[in-house]
Design a protein around this ligand. Sequence first.
Ligand SMILES: NC(=O)c1ccc[n+]([C@@H]2O[C@H](COP(=O)([O-])OP(=O)(O)OC[C@H]3O[C@@H](n4cnc5c(N)ncnc54)[C@H](O)[C@@H]3O)[C@@H](O)[C@H]2O)c1
Length: 279
Amino acid sequence: MGRLDGKVAVITGSASGIGRAAAIRFAAEGAALVIADLNADGGAEAVRDCIAAGGRAVFQPVNVENEAEIKAAIDRATSEFGRLDVMYNNAGLGGAVGPIEETSVENWDRTMAILLRSVFLGMKHAIPVMRTQGGGSIISTASVAGFMAGAPHAYSAAKAGVINLTRSVATQVGKDRIRVNCICPGLINTPLVYNHVPGGASVAAEFFANVQQIPRIGRPEDIAAMALFLASDESEWITGAAMVVDGGVSLGGNLFGANSPIPAPPAGFSGPSFRHRRE
Ligand SMILES: NC(=O)c1ccc[n+]([C@@H]2O[C@H](COP(=O)([O-])OP(=O)(O)OC[C@H]3O[C@@H](n4cnc5c(N)ncnc54)[C@H](O)[C@@H]3O)[C@@H](O)[C@H]2O)c1
């Protein structure tokens, strides 16, 4: 018996990376999938992967900048598979990059449309269907960039928006048994990351392993495992949560360590500071 037997999910951005890994995992647990993405070739491969994993899947061409196309993906779930249990708003890209004073309004607005407005639209069109069915699970991909600095400005702002939109909408629809959660991935080795690293995926894996508390880069399957939990009934009492899955990268660096000017203290007790001064 699969953990998602009988469930139907739409996943945006599932032609590649995190979304594709989640689609395959969901399919292996018995779900039927609508693969919703701009990339038709990757989408067709994802459909084949889902069927090979034991599930059912169809590809729906979707640009998440377009409200009608997001609604069409949800309509495809109900027309093809009869229901919608999971709406996973995951499509994304880097968006506007560069210094804030050189960022154009067009690039800012497009980033917000793809990373934040699309999440609003996925919620807007999934909720009425889920309400008539008696419940459902909405999952969105935020990022640790939503509460850390260092990623592109517009990207960070949009992902912070996803986290609080999740919390806000969760307070509206809990009574309908609709759960609204998001996942905050850390550094995951997908084309979104490794296409920007000279040397590609293997160099990215080696470099980013060094900044994690758990010393390896994230894999799409790490996020898919959390998405599976949030999609399944095992998480039926969890809503409004931002689940951090990041190998510890958002914990920050160690204060004491090989590269720190502060030697690690021996076991004992420190302070108060006016009595305790290390020369
Ligand atoms: N990789 C990471 O380190 C990381 C970390 C935190 C959050 N994320 C988020 O995870 C999500 C998935 O990214 P990924 O790392 O798997 O990257 P990816 O590039 O492998 O996959 C992104 C998918 O989104 C699709 N997409 C992009 N723009 C679209 C649009 N306008 N309409 C429809 N589909 C569109 C792409 O075609 C692609 O299939 C994104 O929201 C990203 O911001 C990624």
